[in-house]
Write a protein that binds this ligand. Sequence first.
Ligand SMILES: Nc1ncnc2c1ncn2[C@@H]1O[C@H](COP(=O)(O)OP(=O)(O)OP(=O)(O)O)[C@@H](O)[C@H]1O
Ligand SMILES: [Mg+2]
Length: 241
Amino acid sequence: MGARGKSRSGILITFEGVEGSGKTTQLRRLATLLRQDGYRVVETREPGGTPVAERIREVLLSTPGKHPATESMTAACEVHLILAARSQHVTHVIEPALQAGSIVLCDRFSDSTFAYQGYGRGLDLAALQEMNRLATGGLEPDLTLLFEIPVATGLARRRKFALEQNRLDHEAHEFHEKVRKGFLALAARAPQRIKKIDGLPHPETVTVGVTSVIQAFLTKARTKRLTTVMHTQRMRPHRRS
Ligand SMILES: Nc1ncnc2c1ncn2[C@@H]1O[C@H](COP(=O)(O)OP(=O)(O)OP(=O)(O)O)[C@@H](O)[C@H]1O
Ligand SMILES: [Mg+2]
């Protein structure tokens, strides 16, 4: 946990994985379940989460030929934009929510930067970590859920459900494969924080995996008195009806 993270009472849980791995779907489902159990929950996403950061997101995700014109984006430009957005997001949304004792569920965060810009684009990981620290002030997630699916499945899901195609959808398969492997390498380096979840089954089955990880985390946090978001009621296991 980073310097800024020490004094706060909330919990930061981040959702990571390749395109179409089910992050947004599972984040929404978990938010509903936690609220039903009496927790105060803030749902947010990266890049984005504040007005300024959402404008940066538009620049980052717009497809070539739409905007900005036909100019390709360099990896350095991309990472600076992402970190600029993160700084706004951490300062104006995440930190205040954590100080207020909320559970913050964030759709992508620092690990995406390391996976996409580090492992995917080949930028130096140590440099990225240093730059990221400047953007986050040292804030790190308490728990990260990594949804694992093959790259082709995720991209096919996005096409099947006709989700708006973005700049990253046009990247080569090998790029996404490097990103997937990057996420796995990050998980291997931080097994306590990053929990892998099989994203292939039916969404309700994936949610069972999510709730079991969350329950274990909350129980441990409660025992260690790591946080004050603790709620008297235990989270009910989510089962298919
Ligand atoms: N377990 C699942 N099985 C089949 N389809 C799924 C599953 N989870 C999500 N989907 C569908 O796949 C699509 C992508 O899911 P979702 O948007 O949750 O993924 P994501 O990881 O947030 O993607 P992105 O990286 O593009 O933001 C959605 O249309 C969603 O309804
Ligand atoms: Mg999503």
